[in-house]
Design a protein around this ligand. Sequence first.
Ligand SMILES: NC(=O)c1ccc[n+]([C@@H]2O[C@H](COP(=O)([O-])OP(=O)(O)OC[C@H]3O[C@@H](n4cnc5c(N)ncnc54)[C@H](O)[C@@H]3O)[C@@H](O)[C@H]2O)c1
Length: 439
Amino acid sequence: MKISVIGTGYVGLVAGTCFAESGNDVICVDIDEAKVKTLREGRVPIYEPGLEELIKRNVAEGRLAFSTDLRGAVRHALVCFIAVGTPPGEDGSANLSAVHKVAEDIAKTMDGYRIVVTKSTVPVSTHISVAKVLSENTNHPFDVVSNPEFMKEGAAIEDFLKPDRVVIGAASSKAADIMKDLYAPFVRGGAPILVMDNASAEMTKYAANALLATKISFINEVANLCERVGADVNHVRQGMGLDRRLGMHFLYAGLGYGGSCFPKDVQAIIKTAEKVGLEFPLMNAVETVNNRQKRKIFEKLSEYYKGNLEGRTFGVWGLAFKPRTDDMREAPAVGLIEDLLAAGCKVAVHDPEAMEVARAIFGDRISYHRHNYDALEGADALLLVTEWNEFRRPDFDRIKRMLKAPVVFDGRNIWEPNDMAKQGFAYFPIGRPPVEKAG
Ligand SMILES: NC(=O)c1ccc[n+]([C@@H]2O[C@H](COP(=O)([O-])OP(=O)(O)OC[C@H]3O[C@@H](n4cnc5c(N)ncnc54)[C@H](O)[C@@H]3O)[C@@H](O)[C@H]2O)c1
């Protein structure tokens, strides 16, 4: 099938590449000329495991191309995916200007029937506004399909190639059948393709992310309570999560959620409710809890050093909002580092993938270290912010030798309080009994 994907970010690039991998003829379009040039030169502008090999193979075999020419891509394709960003506007509701602009551009260039698919996360009723923009700008027939994406950054290829389910919102059975055909190679393992109305498909994406965010804020609240009453959230998590009605996923206490999706989607669902005169107090609470949780390490530091932070140095391990990505959008590390700098601290950082992204945010206000241990030299404490696998089994003796004092704040609970006590560290996890004094 001939496909175009407009917007070649995380979602568009992964989706376009995976559609090419299943034998389709795909053109990925972006307005960012530098990004398209990078891709054409065989380099990948984002870090996503497995993506580079897949892009190279499909480009080499002639099924995948990158372009800034939207007109050519629309003429080429039967199915045009819109995968541009939908960032929060000033009031928190999703900004649909890029989606509508692309819909307008598609309409102005299409020369026959097209299926226009919103792959971007868009609020309920966007299918109506997209159809309106299309019909105002073309006389050719079209169908609008709502096809939300559920991939996780860091495991996006696997998620796309083997989805739990595919959601297709369509009013036309012709468009739904073409979409089912397109996704058939990805659901050979038996995952269902759910065809529903557009509004339900749009809502499904927000409801799914809202519940995942709720689980995270819930366990963080439980963790905070555990700290006050002397319980260990890790035991509580296991005791809860093994109940199949609850499940273990998304029950890890930590520094809250970040990234380009949960924060904005939580805000957007609140706004959607507001617009139809409904309060959604649960989601307001989820957001409040998360914003507070992101500041947990700074709070614990202030308490430990009795507010006396000025002039101290901290080594930070992990900057990305989660492991296996270089994405720092809404990452807890950003607020933490800003707070430390504002308090007069020096900050030395290491992340396996996100250093360049961090450099664009902090410039020379902090120091960057290619090796994780180097970020600890002469530091007052190690702050663990992102749970990359390579941090799980470090050389603790080396950490002790590098630090000024053996003090660790673990924002992701990747180490064991008992082990840390034996190693002689003062250790402060989230929702677990701390080791108050270095041994
Ligand atoms: N990142 C994720 O893990 C994820 C997962 C599921 C859904 N989503 C949703 O998918 C959408 C895209 O997210 P993303 O993370 O890929 O965003 P992104 O910011 O990484 O990429 C968006 C791309 O669209 C391009 N663009 C903007 N306007 C354009 C235009 N007029 N023509 C062509 N290209 C244009 C930008 O240059 C950019 O490369 C959002 O709605 C997001 O909520 C994201």
